[in-house]
Structure formats: C-alpha cells, structure tokens
Design a protein around this ligand. Structure first.
Ligand code: GLU
Length: 383
C-alpha cells in the first residue's frame, strides 16, 4: 500500500485549511482533562502552516466531554439537556485550552459557535462566511464548534465531522483534515475483520465506499466512519480535499506532511470554480440590477460591483439572494449574490460607497456584489 510523499500531500499545497479535532484526542479519557502535551504539538504544527502562508481554521469538539466531568455526570450516553449543560461548562474550558496553546506562538484565537441554521440558511450562511473571512484576514485562528447549548435534537449536527465539512464549504477551503481516532478508511472494520484493506485514496464516493462506512466507531466523540463519508461528500462537492488521519500521535499535522498513512478524498474541481458554478447555474435570480458601461468594464477586469455603477434595481430580494446583472442594453452579463436587500439597493444605487452609511443609517458593505460572489455569464458582450 503506497503512501503519499511529502511533495504530493494536498495539505502542503492548500491555501485555506480546516482542521477538525475530535473529542477523543483533546480530552484524556482517564482524567476528563485537556491533553495539553499533545495539544502543544498540534499548536506548533498550526504555527508552521501559518508561517508557510496557509490559513487555518479549527473545528474543535470536546465541550461536552470536558463539561460532563466537571458537572459530575455519569459515564454513558447523556440526555440532550445534559449534553447542553455539559457543553455550556466545557466550551469555556475548551476555548481557554486553545487560547493558551496558540497564544504561545503569537496566534490569536477567535471563538465561533455555529448552529445548524447558520450553515443551512443562506443569509446566515453568508454572514458566518463573511465573519470567518474577516477573522482570517485579520490573522486570527477561528476555533469553531457547534452551539450545543441551544441546538435541539432535530436541528443539530451532533457530530463535528459534517459541521467541519460545511465550514470548509462555507469559506471555500481547499483542504479539510479530520483528525480522528482511526487512521483512515478501510474496506471493513479493521478491529473485527482481519481481511480489511486500507484505502489511501478515494476519487468519487461510490455506493461501495458508502458501504465501507459501517462499523468503525469511537465512544468519546460522536463521529463514526459514516459521518466522515458524509463529510467527504460535502467537502468534495465543494472542491475541497479531505483527509481522515490518526490524530492521537504527537504533531498530527506534521505527520501527514511527512507522509504518514491516511485516506485522502479528492475533488474534481477547485472551491472557486464550484462556488461560481453554483452562483451561475443553480440559483433562481430573485431580482435584477442594470449597470452602466463603466461598471461593466470594471466587472470584466475582475472587480466587484459597486453601488455607483448600478442604474436600476428590479424585483424584491433580500441580502444574500442571487441577482441577474444586466448591461444598459438589457443583456445579462453576470450573476451574483447581493450584499443588500432590494429596498436598500434602491436607496444606494448610483451613489458612492462612502455615502452608504448616511443613506441607510448603518455601515454596510462597500460593494453591491462582491467579486467573490459574482460570476460573469457573458464575458465577451458589452453594452
Ligand atoms: N460539539 C460536540 C462537543 O464539542 C462534539 C461533537 C462531536 O463529537 O463531533 O462536545
């Protein structure tokens, strides 16, 4: 069975990396405390990635595992309200542990607690995306967890594997690493089946791969292999590489770069392409903006659409809705996600970005449609 050499591993070439850390790694089973010695080595690895110019976000489990001990809850499965209480207590400790570990390296930690709705409703999704983007731009390391204290059974991820994949999709990451208590994907559960074979690479998640997901599970976290395959589906369809790797060794990220055994899932496009295809193709535009020739020329140079270049706003839409962008001649030239509702867009169209606050009473985005949220649909046409 071959392993990827250091120069081949997608982790080395990724620009934006999400690392998911499972409870069973972070929290020592015997004491119920944070495994600080191990965490220190992970923090060092993160620093190394950052020094190489790579952006890193963490999705960290462990709140419930840390809080349950503190609250004296008995071992075994917790009731929902008990996990919510445990998370409320444990999340503080978790955030503290990350802050301590990363600040040693001069890295600032930002805590983000997400609910299912934050990742599934477009407007909230876009808000979370934008906040995470700002945090990265400002050089901090977002540490994300599910907001377990307010999540109820029906609207809850419950596992951070899928949450991490949604985060990776949300912020167009090109690499997701699931640090886990298993070293990758096998054809069967290796603890029960001696003929189980390790699978180093997956291109295309077939029914056969799904079938391999049964069986391997851990008792501290909630993500078995099935949630990892579900995460891989999300990541890969967003153009993101995903890796399942054994996390419990020291320096768990450096090990991957050094060629340790792990399973990689490969996408067939990159995140920017996937996002632009999604904007261009699958959304029903809720409205239309007409733009002037200067704005069109700017879009064709890869710029954002500013309010100043918009001459007409049609339709009723909310912030985050998809819009058709048309030239003065009425030809569709682009599609994109609006940073403003139709009512606000009408008020600021034709005006300078510096006037937005005075016109709307709040300081919104400078762009009507940011270039990351915009795709040209008729590149050669001008009007
Ligand atoms: N959000 C949960 C916690 O922090 C963990 C979910 C999981 O185990 O994946 O305790």
């Amino acid at each position: 069975m071959h392993n990827l050499s250091a120069t081949q591993t997608p982790l080395l070439h990724a620009r934006r990396i999400v690392v998911k850390v499972g409870s069973s790694l972070l929290v020592e089973r015997s004491t119920g405390q944070v495994n600080r010695a191990w965490l220190a080595t992970l923090a060092k690895d993160i620093k190394q990635l950052r020094d190489a110019g790579q952006e890193v976000l963490l999705v960290s489990s462990g709140a419930i595992a840390l809080g349950r001990r503190q609250l004296g809850l008995a071992p075994g499965k917790l009731k929902l309200e008990e996990s919510q209480a445990a998370a409320a207590v444990g999340q503080i400790r978790l955030a503290h542990a990350w802050t301590e570990a990363l600040e040693q390296h001069g890295l600032t930690v930002a805590q983000i607690l997400l609910t299912f709705a934050d990742t599934e409703q477009r407007r909230r999704y876009l808000n979370a995306r934008s906040t995470l983007g700002t945090l990265l731009k400002l050089g901090s390391i977002p540490v994300i967890n599910e907001n377990d204290t307010v999540a109820t059974a029906e609207i809850r991820y419950g596992d951070n594997d899928r949450l991490a994949a949604r985060v990776a999709q949300m912020i167009s990451a090109d690499c997701l690493v699931l640090l886990s208590d298993v070293d990758g994907l096998y054809t069967a559960d290796p603890t029960r089946d001696a003929t189980a074979r390790f699978i180093p690479e997956v291109r295309g998640i077939s029914a056969e791969i799904e079938a391999m997901a049964g069986g391997v599970s851990s008792d501290v976290g909630s993500g078995g292999m099935a949630t990892k395959i579900a995460a891989a589906r999300i990541a890969v369809s967003a153009g993101c590489h995903m890796c399942v790797s054994l996390g419990k060794e020291l320096h768990p990220l450096r090990r991957i770069i050094d060629g340790a055994r792990c399973s990689w899932f490969y996408p067939d496009a990159n995140p920017a392409t996937v996002r632009k295809q999604w904007i261009a193709g699958t959304l029903k535009p809720a409205g239309e903006l007409t733009i002037d020739a200067g704005a069109l020329a700017a879009l064709q140079r890869g710029k954002s659409l500013l309010p100043a270049g918009v001459t007409r706003v049609a339709g009723r839409f909310d912030r985050g809705d998809a819009l058709r962008v048309c030239s003065a001649a009425g030809v569709e030239v682009a599609r994109g996600l609006s940073a403003y509702s139709s009512a606000d867009a009408e008020r600021i169209c034709g005006r300078q970005s510096s006037e937005i606050e005075a016109l709307l009473g709040f300081r919104g985005r400078d762009e009507m449609i940011h270039r990351d949220d915009l795709v040209l649909t008729l590149v050669t046409q001008s009007g």
